[in-house]
Design a protein around this ligand. Sequence first.
Ligand code: SF4
Ligand code: SF4
Length: 459
Amino acid sequence: MGGILSIQNIRKGVNQCMSERTFVGGIHPSYSKEYTAGIPITSARPPSQVIIPLHQNIGAPCEPVVEVGDEVKLGQKIGEPKGFVSAPVFASVSGKVTKIEPYNHPLGNPVEAVFIESDGQDTPFEGMEPTKPLEQLTVDELKTIAKEAGLVGLGGATFPTHVKLAPPPETSIDTVIINGAECEPFLTADHRLMLEYADDIVYGLMAFMKALGAKKGIIGIEDNKPDALQSMEKAVSEGKGEYDIEVHALHTKYPQGAEKMLIKATTGREVPTGALPMAVNVVNQNVGTAVAMTEAIKLGKPLYERVVTITGPGISQPANLMVRNGTLISDIIEQCGGMTDDARKLILGGPMMGLAQPSTDVPAIKGTSGVLILTEEFVEELPIDPCIKCGKCLEGCPMNLPANFIGSASEMGKMDLAERYGAMDCFECGCCTYTCPAKRPLVQWIKIAKGEITASRKK
Ligand code: SF4
Ligand code: SF4
């Protein structure tokens, strides 16, 4: 079961709307950011062992380039991509490879993983060296840096960054948007990055703009983070040089950070059904990805760690931690004081789009933005009632989809009908399920329909 049912029990909050930049539809859940918004990023305890999955991105998995018994260094490549839409993975400790075999994965089925026992030395890989200043780097060099550093979208989508930096020749990109909305309740990793790494976000944005030949850069931030808006305004005014970059305050509304909603709010452009942002000459990147790009340029550092928010009423000491790839979630929970006695549910990511986990024996990966622990009151299972045709799910859907019809078609096994109603345009934000007074698990039914439609298209 996904995390979405949990959010039904989170009572709606009241927003102070300071900005008109937004989109049609969406919801106003209780944001619950207070657990961690004021807590600075600190480094998680170095793990004694990491288990690094060889598949951590949308697209093809990697194949191992190390063997059991090999000694590896921090930042050394251990998995090589099998295709263009893929990204390498790296050792997050120095030490010895003890096993290469399938292990639990946050997305569900076990995935081939490299087990490394740390030697506690963090001996850096010799290849981790600064490149050149941005002004001296060519477009091709920037694309290669993003690819070789294993960058992916750190908002959770994990789409390989170098692919976004390589639009088809007939497509010109005029705008790069940095996503600082962080509209998912509970999560604050991006918020803290905007406070603590603002200059790196601006530098990363400039690198993306140069790589794409984009004239305009926009940083979109929900207006419930006034300190982040201020921090980014300051960093932009001090660091943008000749680049044309603006910071946009966005109406606080879920899912403001979804790709199409963010583009609509910041540029007024609408991405057509089934198309990518490139269709409207835009590329989106997350604030964490911008920081990772800067570190790849300035430090030669590949993506082997990221900021993770550890939060919720079920964790003893909430935190924003820099977590190494492959660290077990059980290890992270332990160093945050463990779970409370009434903890009932673990979700990786936020409550709307995150994934519920049956076990804490699962590694943090590039896409792990949050570790959310919910308690009894949030996970009560309510009976599903018949649809009362109130239309609330239609009002809430940012894609203007008939979620009630798609859900019912899927429930009845009529996947062709679900497809005709537009199931494949759903990006699984969960607004429909959240708003439904009959507690109908619409997004879960739609996910099933999408899975079956995709499988039948492959056949
Ligand atoms: S139908 Fe899909 S896109 Fe629309 S509200 Fe439901 S989950 Fe979100
Ligand atoms: S919100 Fe629920 S009850 Fe209302 S129309 Fe949609 S599915 Fe039916």
